[in-house]
Design a protein around this ligand. Structure first.
Ligand code: GUN
Length: 286
């Protein structure tokens, strides 16, 4: 079994991005500028936005975080998005999800200019992605593709089972694996006899959000296992007060997998890199 090291690969790509930004600066070009909107006080969302801000600074991007109270109205939020859409200085915009219940996430996602939609959530960009045309790819599937490419893990003719059908991971991941010449099965909470599909899978991508769901007896010998799960569990012994648990029972599954991503240090850092790559790309698309 070989470990897919997301920390290492993300660091290589970050260094490449940093070098590219330095070149842009030296040539008097525009430095990528990412804006993030954070609504409310959700702990995980605050952590993610702070991480994105830190990543931007590390590679030399400009970044702006706009923080709003949880009771901001949908209309006010739409107006803020319009301002950023019109701001020539800002290249990419993300609105951290989830949003408070009174705000329609679909409306918000569609209000972001597709040219600045570095999350790749706008229906126009989703359409381009499904057609295999150049666009912003959602950060997690993008990061996973980069991992597979880095380790030269073959996808040609492989059976890939994606567990989970979210708009952010499962659906785009299945479309991308199809483009990478896999035969793709998407399983979800209503799938009958999921083991039947999993036992035939050459590549399993687990993105269902159930800690340690995938066990060794559910996979084929030598399968490639990608774990997208990041459930937070309280842990008084950790400095952060919590630990992250994946959707894969790592100790158990690693005895049978050929390649496996750990949690943390697998897909997570690659998601962050996916967003940076899109933000750099936003400059080129202007
Ligand atoms: N919430 C969970 N994942 C994401 C993401 O990739 N982008 C945004 N904007 N919000 C999220």
């Amino acid at each position: 079994m070989q470990v897919i090291n997301g920390n290492e690969v993300s660091q290589i790509i970050r260094t490449q991005i940093k070098e590219e930004v330095a070149k842009l600066k030296a040539n008097g070009g525009k430095v990528p500028h990412l804006a993030a909107i954070l609504v409310g006080e959700d702990g995980a969302s605050k952590t993610y936005v702070a991480a994105k801000e830190k990543d931007c600074h590390e590679v030399g991007f400009n970044s702006t975080v706009l923080r709003f109270d949880a009771n901001i109205s949908e209309l006010e939020l739409l107006e803020e998005i319009e301002k950023i859409n019109a701001n020539k200085n800002i290249d990419g915009l993300i609105v951290q999800l989830p949003l408070p219940k009174h705000i329609n996430e679909k409306k918000i996602t569609e209000a972001i200019s597709y040219k600045k939609d570095v999350d790749g959530f706008h229906p126009y960009n989703v359409g381009l992605m499904f057609k295999g045309l150049p666009t912003f790819l959602p950060a997690t599937p993008y990061g996973i593709i980069k991992l597979l490419e880095h380790y030269k893990i073959s996808t040609l003719g492989k059976h890939c089972v994606v567990i989970g059908r979210s708009d952010i991971v499962g659906k785009p991941m299945s479309a991308l694996m199809l483009q990478y010449n896999c035969t793709v099965t998407v399983c979800h909470s209503r799938t009958v006899d999921i083991n039947k599909y999993l036992l035939d899978a050459d590549i399993v991508i687990a993105a269902l959000g159930i800690p340690k769901f995938l066990k060794a007896d559910m996979i084929k010998e030598g399968a490639v296992v990608i774990d997208v799960g990041i459930t937070r569990i309280d842990d008084a012994t950790s400095k952060k007060g919590f630990k992250l648990i994946g959707d894969v029972d790592y100790e158990n599954v690693s005895t049978k997998a050929s390649w496996i991503t750990p949690v943390p240090g697998g897909v997570g850092p690659m998601t962050r890199v996916g967003l940076l790559l899109n933000t750099l790309d936003a400059i080129k698309r202007r």
